[in-house]
Design a protein around this ligand. Structure first.
Ligand SMILES: Cc1ncc(COP(=O)(O)O)c(C=O)c1O
Length: 449
């Protein structure tokens, strides 16, 4: 199987590094996939439309590639940061029972304000983070992408700017631009090649310079994996007084001990939005339930832009039942974190440069040719993600068997694929000790912050 076999519209391996936007400012990230597949809006606007549909399409959308990682039929799928473990059988039974009770009510529209689900989310958040919020502060959608789009619909739009710090989650620019918001790719790192850190000073300076209406922060950040220094959030709120500041915490449950959530800042900041999802730690990606927490006033205005009845009754029900079983749904988080740390350790011993991670995935560099390694791994039955950063790939931490399959494949490939492969290759079997907390990349300090 090759990269070309991906379904139509899903050829982009790109993903998280950012496939759109004003890349001129991004010093350190090579938008390799972008250069190959995605025309910049100004280029696209100048091209001759190839069909009637292209002629009628908004000029800024012509030539763009749809977001999407390949969904390939491969034994080991570690490319979309899902939880590899299935929903526990007794939770499946509880979901089926709850659905059975309500299916004859499908002639009616669902509760537009998903009142019970909001209560369940509130209870979960208090338990998980210790932060107490009211149901009026919680908003939900079909995945956190949808709640992000509600924020952009309400606070972005023509004449307004959204700022993010690349490489980060590529849907932030896509949602912004497709909703008519100008996107600015902010700089991450200190200017040295392959640095992905973001300091409070740098983030604040960029926020002041671009005067955004929305700032996207992502912590833990996808695709780099590391949580932001907490002070970045406050610095951006201060530096961008006219901005809604979104902290995307899709991977919060995987963060290492001591990582503080932006939820703890909500009481003081009515412009702060924290988004989360049940797609990752909760092992519920197919359930499509994402949510955000903000001030009650901010949440209230999102009702202006959502489509009526956007959350179906079955969606509300299955999410509520899953939240009722939160401990069981989250039971695999520690196992996954252990596999993640094992990946960091073994890849470092192979001479690659894995980034220490607070997520359920690891970004690793040091590859001679990331596309060749991506294909070689696929040929070995392991699907990982090419996020469009030169010499890097991203791998999701799977269950122990999947992780072993990936590490064994990498161990075989390393002599030819890893630039500084040591003479004595590592064996993937031993369990990992913990990655360093304070170092973003291991082991090569200096090349990675
Ligand atoms: C940082 C980040 N935010 C949001 C999402 C969207 O998740 P969902 O729409 O499934 O909730 C993802 C998915 O990969 C992500 O990585």
């Amino acid at each position: 199987m090759s990269r070309g076999d991906a379904p139509l519209g899903e050829t982009g391996e790109t993903g998280e590094a950012g496939q759109t936007g004003q890349t001129g400012q991004v010093g350190q990230v090579e938008h390799a996939e972008q250069a190959d597949h995605v025309l910049q809006p100004e280029q696209a606007a100048g091209t001759v439309p190839s069909s009637e549909v292209q002629r009628l399409l908004r000029p800024d959308l012509r030539g763009r590639t749809a977001y999407g990682a390949p969904q390939l039929d491969v034994a080991v799928r570690l490319n979309t940061n899902e939880n590899s473990y299935p929903v526990p059988a007794h939770v499946v039974e509880a979901i089926l029972a709850a659905l059975g009770d309500e299916l004859d009510g499908l002639n009616r529209y669902p509760d537009r304000d998903f009142t019970e689900l909001r209560k369940s989310l509130t209870a979960y958040l208090e338990k998980q983070s210790g932060v107490s919020v009211t149901p009026e502060q919680v908003w939900a959608g079909n995945g956190s992408n949808e709640v992000l789009s509600h924020v952009v619909q309400a606070f972005g739009g023509p004449g307004r700017t959204a700022l993010g710090f690349t490489p980060s989650y590529s849907m932030h620019p896509i949602i912004s631009e497709t909703l008519g918001t100008r996107w600015v790719d902010g700089l991450r790192g200190t200017g040295a090649p392959d640095t992905f850190d973001l300091t409070a000073d740098s983030a604040a300076e960029q926020a002041r310079a671009h005067r955004p209406s929305i700032v996207f922060l992502c912590s833990p950040n996808n695709p780099t994996g590391t949580a932001l220094p907490f002070e970045v959030i406050g610095a951006v709120l201060d530096a961008a007084p006219d901005a809604i500041v979104v902290v995307d915490e899709a991977y919060a449950e995987f963060a290492r001990p001591g990582t503080r959530s932006a939820l703890t800042l909500l009481a003081e900041h009515p412009r702060l939005v924290v988004t989360r999802t049940m797609s990752k730690a909760f092992a519920f990606a197919g359930g499509r339930l994402g949510y955000l927490v903000a001030s009650a006033e901010l949440v209230d205005v999102l009702r202006l832009v959502r489509l009526p009845y956007h959350l179906s009754s079955p969606t509300q029900t299955i999410a509520r039942v899953a939240l009722d079983h939160a401990d069981d749904m989250l039971a695999t988080v520690e196992v996954i974190k252990h596999q993640r740390d094992r990946i960091v350790e073994v890849l470092a011993r192979l001479g690659a440069t894995p980034v220490a991670s607070d997520s359920n995935f690891v970004l690793f560099g040091g590859l001679a040719d990331e596309k060749a390694t991506w294909q070689a791994l696929l040929d070995a039955g392991v699907l990982v993600r090419d996020v469009g950063i030169a010499h890097h790939l991203r791998v999701t931490a799977g269950d122990p068997d999947e992780t072993t399959a990936f590490l064994e494949a990498m161990t075989r490939l390393a002599p030819d694929h890893v630039r500084s492969h040591p003479a004595e290759p590592a064996h993937p079997a031993p369990a990992a000790s913990r990655a360093h907390r304070s170092v973003t990349h291991l082991p090569a300090e200096g090349t990675q912050p």
